[in-house]
Design a protein around this ligand. Sequence first.
Ligand code: NI
Length: 146
Amino acid sequence: MEETQPPETGDSLRALNGPGECATMEPALKKNLDALFDQFSEHWSPRIVAELNGQHVKLVKFQGPFVWHQHDDADEMFLVHRGSFRMEFRDRHVELGVGDFLVVPRGVEHRPVADAEVEVILFEPAGTVNTGDVADEKTVAEPERL
Ligand code: NI
């Protein structure tokens, strides 16, 4: 995905990056997880915050159950920044708290479920769609960039 979005110029970004600096995918630009998570509140709507080696780093907040899905061609890493959630697989559940991470292998059906809001960092190939093989109201094909 080569599409680029115009950089945001909000006060929070200016404070984060300094005046006149582009907030989008600049090399060696320092970013801060807390500040980035403060910039959005929607659930199940991932934001792309970095790109490297064909992978995207995304931030997502969620609460409640997601949809069962799988990614046929992508392994997907989930790292908890704040809160906790449960990754459900068809044969077991895995509880994750702050600092915990797991990799969901390609082709494995999964469903994240959070009893309370959780902040999660995702690592996955660029272009990976959040709902994988399922089209759903929660599907976000083109995530916003922060
Ligand atoms: Ni997934």
